[in-house]
Each structure stands twice: as structure tokens, then as C-alpha cells.
Design a protein around this ligand. Structure first.
Ligand SMILES: NC(=O)c1ccc[n+]([C@@H]2O[C@H](COP(=O)([O-])OP(=O)(O)OC[C@H]3O[C@@H](n4cnc5c(N)ncnc54)[C@H](O)[C@@H]3O)[C@@H](O)[C@H]2O)c1
Length: 267
């Protein structure tokens, strides 16, 4: 039975993946900032059919000692970790860079970039010791060099995540005989609280009608994307690979479909 650790999994994409991994028979370690949100998520998961067990551990990914504790608590409960997903992420205020504060920038980079780097560092070290394991990092806007005012810092972090993940996969191949598989997930646009919140919920992001129109066409509920990626993650054995939902082909298909059927996620 596989054990899967997912950071930032009390809601959104992390929670959607937790549900699919549970359905497919894995042990799940939920982790997020607040115990009460984890309790709710754990209760919901435990109501579902699944052979595995569910553990929840409070972990702020900006704190290395909490990430280390997340690893140790998971191993104490389940003996090993097969899949570690650095999913926790935050959006930025919808402002040009010159209008952001240094605190806005630090906050985002600490969660989205350093959180995934440190999560990878800690999981990698322990996976080398246990002799196996897979690490997934999440791409996002900017990973493919897309640029837009209001997403420059987020895009910088996600562009760096892509580089970091590929470089870490190379390290695994060159220095550790590929013992740890390091991979990317590219979910596309997901209709979650992430789209309308920045600074950990303290700042609201107002979506213009034009942006809503694009999200209605290209976006999906996190459960739709998770149902596609999770079985592929469980099958995937290839280091330095990527599982992508919103490919160019799928995006074209979505624009075509939108001529006949319109989604309305926002009203
Ligand atoms: N929503 C999208 O359109 C989209 C698109 C591409 C990639 N992503 C990425 O997918 C991932 C999940 O996004 P989502 O849409 O589910 O967001 P979400 O806001 O719904 O969920 C993110 C979760 O991360 C948690 N979190 C925030 N800061 C944390 C911290 N310091 N430590 C631990 N947990 C923390 C939050 O409490 C929340 O439960 C993120 O990495 C995001 O960048 C999202």
C-alpha cells in the first residue's frame, strides 16, 4: 500500500488529490496550516471507501522544522513515504510589481518557491535513505514563460519551480542512480479559492469579466483534474517527467466546446 504526503491539502487541488489517492487504496497524510481545517478534511476522507488510513499533520511549508516533522510523523505512522507532493501555494495581489510591498513578495516566494524547495530537499534526503520515492512539484502560470501584470511574482516562482524540479531530477540521476524520481504536475486553471485570494486570504483578488470568461473556458474543478492526474502519478515511474492536464490540444478543444456549452463558475 502506498503512502502519499500532500502539503496544503485541507482544500482545493491538494484535497481533491487526497480523495483520489484514498479511492485508489493509498494511505494519506493531509497537511495544512490549521488543525480545524485538517480535522474537517480528514473526517470527509474517512467517510469515503478506502483501504488505507488517513493521518493529518499541521505543517507550514515556510518552516523547515515543520516539514521535517511532517516526514517523521508520516514515517512513524506508515513506515515509509512513497509519494511526496509539494502542493501548498498562494496567489499574489493583482498588482504591478512596483505596487507590491517587500512583505507581499517575501510571503509568496517563501510559500510557493522556498516551501517547495525545502519540501523537496527534506523528502529527497529521506527518500535516498529509504531507497525509493517520488516527489512532485506543481507548475503554474509562468512555468512556460507566460507573462501578465499582476502575476509577475507568482510566475517568477512557478518558472523557478520548473527549473528547480528538472535540476533536482538531474541530481538524482547523476548522483543517486535515479533512486528518487522528481517530477512535475501541470494542472492548468483550477476553480479554487486560490483565484480570488492573495496573501493567505488577507487580500482579495477581483476577477475582471474578461478573466472570468477565460477561466470559464479553460478552467476546471480541481476534482476533474485530480481524477486525470492521480492514476497517472501512481503509474508513473519515470524520473524528470511531467503529467499535464491543460495541454495545447486540450485548450483548443475547450475553446471549441465553449461555442456550444458555456460554463459559469463565478455567479
Ligand atoms: N488554482 C489554479 O488555477 C492553479 C493553477 C495552477 C497551479 N496551481 C497550484 O496548485 C496548488 C494548489 O492550489 P489550489 O488552487 O488548490 O489553492 P487553494 O488556495 O485552494 O489551496 C492551497 C492550500 O495551501 C494551503 N497553504 C497556503 N500556505 C501554506 C503554507 N505556508 N503551508 C502549508 N499550507 C499552506 C492553504 O491553506 C490551502 O489549503 C498551488 O501550488 C498552486 O500554485 C493552482
Amino acid at each position: 500500500m502506498k503512502t502519499v504526503v500532500i502539503t496544503g491539502s485541507a482544500r482545493g487541488f491538494g484535497f481533491a488529490m487526497a480523495k483520489d489517492f484514498r479511492r485508489l487504496g493509498c494511505n494519506i497524510v493531509l497537511s495544512d496550516l490549521k488543525q480545524e481545517n485538517l480535522d474537517k478534511a480528514k473526517e470527509e476522507l474517512e467517510k469515503m471507501q478506502g483501504d488505507g488510513k488517513v493521518l493529518s499533520v499541521v505543517c507550514d511549508v515556510t518552516k523547515s522544522e515543520m516539514l521535517e516533522n511532517l516526514w517523521q510523523a508520516s514515517v512513524n505512522e506508515f513506515g515509509a513515504v512513497d509519494i511526496w507532493i509539494n502542493n501548498a501555494g498562494v496567489n499574489q495581489p493583482d498588482l504591478p510589481v512596483c505596487m507590491l510591498t517587500e512583505a507581499d513578495i517575501d510571503f509568496l516566494l517563501n510559500v510557493d518557491l522556498k516551501g517547495s524547495i525545502n519540501g523537496s530537499r527534506i523528502a529527497f534526503k529521506h527518500m535516498v535513505e529509504q531507497g525509493f520515492g517520488q516527489i512532485y512539484n506543481i507548475e503554474g502560470y509562468g512555468s512556460n514563460d507566460a507573462m501578465k501584470t499582476g502575476l509577475t511574482i507568482y510566475g517568477t516562482a512557478k518558472r523557478a519551480i520548473t527549473y528547480f524540479t528538472k535540476a533536482l531530477a538531474k541530481e538524482s540521476e547523476n548522483d543517486y542512480s535515479g533512486t528518487v524520481k522528481v517530477m512535475l504536475l501541470t494542472p492548468g486553471i483550477m476553480i479554487t479559492g486560490f483565484l480570488t485570494e492573495a496573501n493567505g486570504g488577507k487580500t482579495k483578488v477581483e476577477l475582471t469579466d474578461k478573466v472570468k470568461k477565460v477561466y470559464n473556458i479553460l478552467g476546471d474543478l480541481p476534482e476533474t483534474i485530480s481524477a486525470y492526474v492521480v492514476p497517472r502519478m501512481l503509474k508513473n515511474k519515470k524520473n524528470n517527467s511531467k503529467i499535464a492536464w491543460l495541454t495545447t490540444r486540450r485548450a483548443f478543444g475547450k475553446f471549441f466546446k465553449a461555442l456550444f456549452k458555456k460554463n459559469n463558475y463565478f455567479d
